[in-house]
Design a protein. Structure first.
Length: 215
């Protein structure tokens, strides 16, 4: 039976926390606002760039200028791969899954930067065209429309689908689409995850290789 495994990007496949934090903090400093530590920025990631910027200004208790989002995107798009790396074990995991499952990416990051990161880190061949970003025709996660589209394109049963992510956003997306979820505790989006609301269909792993045990 064919399986479909859909991965989140930031905090799941790649550790992009520093590049995101440095970019957000540069915008804050340019606007005369105090910066945040890297982990604090990591907790703001997951709902798209506009929400990240809004949260950064709100937490700094500073008014957000109209051009703040555009400035953040300009800064971040120039440093997508400065510090961002695949998590240890991710390349090996994806290689092990090739041939065993159809692999896809569903992220709230815009598609252009997503593809740049996947290609720059050598991960793109595992996913082909099965990559959906947050600026496409589908609403952002946790809306399940993008996930359902990937399922339909793959031609698989919902019972064979696994959504892998590091945050409650990914977990809620899986639940909204009625598929199994696997949450990675190593990702920077795991802080604050409502573990007490998890069900028997929800798996948790501490390292990429652990995913193989949940197939």
């Amino acid at each position: 039976m064919t399986r479909l495994i859909v991965f989140d990007l930031d905090g799941t496949l790649v550790d992009s926390q520093r590049d995101l934090a440095e970019s957000a903090n540069q915008v804050l400093r340019e606007c005369g606002c105090p910066p945040h530590d890297e982990a604090a920025i990591g907790r703001m990631v997951g709902d798209g760039a506009a929400t990240l910027v809004a949260r950064a200004f709100a937490e700094a208790r500073c008014p957000q200028p109209p051009a703040a989002l555009e400035r953040f995107l300009a800064i971040y798009n120039n440093r997508l791969l400065e510090c961002t790396r695949a998590y240890r074990g991710i390349p090996e995991l994806l290689t092990a899954l090739d041939g065993r499952a159809t692999l896809a990416v569903l992220t709230n990051k815009p598609l252009g930067p997503t593809r740049t990161i996947l290609e720059g880190l050598g991960l793109a061949p595992h996913f082909g065209e099965r990559v959906i970003g947050g600026d496409g025709p589908f609403p952002r996660k946790p809306d399940p429309a993008g996930l359902r589209h990937l399922i339909a394109k793959a031609g698989v049963e919902f019972s064979t689908v696994l959504m892998v992510g590091d945050s409650a956003v990914d977990w809620r997306t899986a639940h909204a689409a009625s598929v199994r979820s696997c949450t990675v505790r190593y990702g920077f989006g795991f802080d604050g995850f409502p573990v007490d609301e998890a069900t028997e269909r929800d798996a948790f792993i501490d390292a990429p290789a652990d995913l193989l045990g949940h197939l």
